[in-house]
Design a protein around this ligand. Sequence first.
Ligand code: SAH
Length: 460
Amino acid sequence: MKRIILKHGEERRILGGHPWVYDNEIERIVSSSGRTAGAGGVASLKPGELADVESEGKTYLGRAFVNPASKIVARLYSPSKEGVDKGFFKRRIREAISRRAAYDLRRESARLVFAEADQLPGLIVDRFVGWPVQTDLAPLADFPHNFDEAEARFGPPLSWLVIQILTVGMETRRDMILEALEETLGARSDDGLGLPAAIIERSNARARELEGLPVAEGLIKRFGAAETPDSAPDSVVIFENGLLFLAHLESGQKTGHYLDQKENHLHAARLIASLGNSLREERQLIVLDACSYTGGFAIHIAHMAQTAQTLAVDSSRDALETLKQNALLNGVEARISVEEADIFEFLRGQERARTRFDAIILDPPAFAKSHTQLKDALRGYKEINLRALKLLNKGGILVSCSCSQAIDESGFKRMIRDAAIDAERRLLQLDFRLQSPDHPILVGYDESCYLKCGFYQVLV
Ligand code: SAH
């Protein structure tokens, strides 16, 4: 086993929980025979191999997957000299499942494995639970509105795994990972959630490019009795907080549905519904769900705030088509309308038209994909928040999200304050939340704390 020796002082971040070693932090590489490869020795590492990481002072830091072609040369997966075989992956997957005990995984879709946070750097596994559907409109409107009824009508739900393999360390062990998933989920123990109907790959993230890996997408495997054509349908219906959503596992964004906003969807809808109650006699609430995707927020709001009329805006026509189907599935189509538009142009247009809203959700894509784009990204976030604040009525609610890893909580809050100053509004923070807990956060590794979601009321 090779050893990666860090430069003086470079172990601090790693001792604080951060699992990455960058190329410029490495002093030398020592091979198993004790030969030192010197400063340029990173090239002696083989893509995907394992190595032990040590400080200059010989403190053992842990074992890592390496990729000499990436700026992130080593990704630690264990604080000890743990080997990597199928048993390792099964153990990690079992641990990851038991961490998610707050979820009823028999019924709920959830992220089962969240990469570094689950000590499996570069591996993401989302598990969807539901029923395959044809997306004809008539049967959608007729879909049972609760889980038990759906189960009585269609039989037990199926599950699907949507996976992302984002690093060379994981890519070289692809078959082992798939077998480990199959054996762990199919086991007759508590972790045996049941074999999925299929495994679908969505390894299309930018991270993969930085690792020198090509995009890999599509159906990987179907299982057992479910080897019928619709065992890997593109469209499945899942329940989220008791509401119905279509998830397009192969063609949708990300892995098909933004599971990370689950609790925030509900929380936003509760706040807006209570605002609606206080205004009930006077008038209807006008709500904007900006960057709505398939309506995670809009559907919850339309369901809970009966007096709200919600406009969902997104630049993706496909997402809005699915949103309309989701509205139909939940019987709220009369309270939702959609508009295909660029969010910046849309908000400018609303300002010119002097439209006013009672609540606005802003959930844009990650404007900053990396630290180098941070400044431009913050400008983008500030612009849409500023414009949204100008459009809100006094007493109105802003739910503002950012899923950029590069923007931390304090940077996000400063951006909101600056937007409020420029918009000449005073804000009360009602709550501040992060991603759903099936996306746990590794302390010291801020990249795993990527989703910020602030809930604000406009005081003045
Ligand atoms: N709110 C959604 C998730 C939104 S993801 C949920 O809770 O499920 C971000 C969305 O922004 C995507 O649907 C994407 O299509 C959309 N988007 C990206 N760039 C945009 C732009 N310039 N204008 C409007 N929408 C945009």
